[in-house]
Design a protein around this ligand. Structure first.
Ligand code: PHE
Length: 360
C-alpha cells in the first residue's frame, strides 16, 4: 500500500509541474501508455495470490483513475492558458483612430477608381484588366476602327518598333483607350457580361489638358435583351452617384465611335456663371463620357452572335471627372509627385468610398 501512496504523489506532482501540453502527453504515456508504469502494475495483478489481488487491484485502479482525472484537469488548464496567451498577443483594437500625423495619402486617381468600383460593384459589375502594350488587332481592328482613322496615325498613337520591314499592323501599340479589354473579355467569357475596366491609357499628346499617359474606365454590358434604356439608366445612375447629386441633369447627345452604333456622348448640367464652374446647377453642359450600343461587327469579331446578343459600352476619362469632383485645376499636377499637392488633394487611408456619402 505504501509504495502506491508514494507513486501517487510522484505522478500528481509531475502532472502539476507539466509546463505544456507536450510534457503532459509524455507523462500520460509514461504512466498509462501500453508500456507505462501503472499499466505494468495492472498487468502484474494476475500473478498475485487471489486474496491479495482484490485489494491491490482496487488500489491500482484508484491510482489509475486519479492520474486520469489529474491529467484531464491539467490539460484543460494548459489549453485555457494557451488560448489566453494568444488572445493577449493577437489583440487588435478596431476602434483605434487613424494616426492623425500619418503621412500616407491616397492619390486622387486611386481614390476615384475606388469610388467607381464601389458604384459599379453595387450594380453587379466586376473589374477586368488588360495589357498596356496591346496588339493592333485589339486596340483598332477588332473595334472596327478603319485603317484611315486618325487614331491610327503616328501623331496620335505610340507605336513600338516592329521587326524590320514588317507591316504596320504587326507593330504593337501602347493602348490608346481601355476599349481593347472589351474584345479580350468577350473572347474569354460568354455573356452575360457586366464589367468595368479602370486603367492606364496612352496618347501622343501633351499640353495643359492632355497628358501622354492618363486613365480611363471602360464599361461593357452584354446580354440577350440589353437596350439603349439600360445604357441611359446605368449612366445616369453613375453620374448622380459619382457627383453625389440626386437630381444632377444628364443629357445624351448623338455622336460617333466606330465600335458603337448608335453612339452617344453624355453631358452633365453645370453653371459657369462668374467664372467658376458649378456642377449640377445652371444652364450649361459639360461633356464627361462616350458611350453607345456595341456595334454588331464588334460582337461578330469576338465570336458573339449579334442576332442573339447585344449590349452597351462606355468610356470615361478618370482625370477629368476627378478634376471636376475635387476641384483640381491643372491636369499636369497629377503626375508631378509633389508631396505638398498630394497632402492637399490626397485622401487619408481610411477615407473609404461609400455609396451613401460619396467619398467622405
Ligand atoms: N474608347 C472611346 C474613347 O477613348 C470611348 C468609348 C468607349 C466610347 C466605349 C464608346 C464606347 O474615346
Amino acid at each position: 500500500m505504501e509504495s502506491l501512496q508514494s507513486e501517487r504523489e510522484e505522478w500528481l506532482r509531475q502532472i502539476e509541474a507539466a509546463a505544456g501540453l507536450d510534457a503532459l502527453e509524455q507523462i500520460r504515456v509514461a504512466a498509462l501508455g501500453r508500456n507505462g508504469q501503472v499499466t505494468g502494475l495492472l498487468k502484474g495483478l494476475g500473478s498475485l495470490p487471489p486474496e491479495e489481488r482484490k485489494s491491490r487491484g482496487a488500489a491500482v485502479n484508484r491510482l489509475k483513475e486519479e492520474i486520469e482525472a489529474a491529467l484531464g484537469a491539467a490539460k484543460d488548464r494548459l489549453e485555457r492558458a494557451a488560448l489566453d496567451q494568444r488572445l493577449a498577443q493577437e489583440r487588435i483594437d478596431v476602434t483605434l483612430p487613424v494616426k492623425a500625423e500619418s503621412d500616407g495619402r491616397i492619390h486622387p486617381i486611386s481614390q476615384t477608381i475606388d469610388e467607381l468600383i464601389a458604384i459599379f460593384g453595387e450594380m453587379g459589375f466586376t473589374v477586368a484588366e488588360g495589357p498596356h502594350i496591346e496588339d493592333d488587332f485589339y486596340n483598332f481592328t477588332a473595334l472596327n476602327i478603319p485603317p484611315e482613322h486618325p487614331a491610327r496615325q503616328e501623331q496620335d498613337t505610340f507605336y513600338l518598333m516592329g521587326p524590320e520591314g514588317s507591316r504596320p499592323e504587326a507593330r504593337k501599340v501602347l493602348r490608346t483607350h481601355t476599349s481593347p479589354v472589351q474584345i479580350r473579355t468577350m473572347q474569354a467569357q460568354k455573356p452575360p457580361i457586366r464589367i468595368i475596366v479602370p486603367g492606364r491609357t496612352f496618347r501622343s499628346d501633351h499640353d495643359a489638358t492632355h497628358s501622354p499617359m492618363f486613365h480611363q474606365v471602360e464599361g461593357l454590358v452584354i446580354d440577350k435583351h440589353i437596350h439603349m434604356g439600360h445604357l441611359k439608366g446605368c449612366l445616369i445612375e453613375l453620374c448622380r452617384a459619382f457627383f453625389d447629386i440626386d437630381d444632377l441633369p444628364v443629357r445624351f447627345r448623338p455622336s460617333y465611335f466606330p465600335f458603337t452604333e448608335p453612339s452617344a456622348e453624355v453631358d452633365i448640367g453645370c453653371s459657369r456663371e462668374g467664372g467658376g464652374l458649378k456642377i449640377g446647377a445652371g444652364a450649361d453642359w459639360l461633356e464627361i463620357l462616350g458611350s453607345g450600343m456595341v456595334h454588331p461587327k464588334v460582337l461578330a469579331n469576338c465570336g458573339v452572335d449579334p442576332a442573339e446578343y447585344q449590349g452597351f459600352a462606355f468610356g470615361m476619362g478618370i482625370e477629368r471627372i476627378a478634376m471636376l469632383k475635387y476641384g483640381i485645376p491643372d491636369l499636369r499636377t497629377f503626375y508631378e509627385s509633389d508631396l505638398r499637392w498630394l497632402r492637399h488633394y490626397g485622401f487619408a487611408a481610411l477615407d473609404q468610398p461609400s455609396l451613401i456619402t460619396g467619398a467622405r
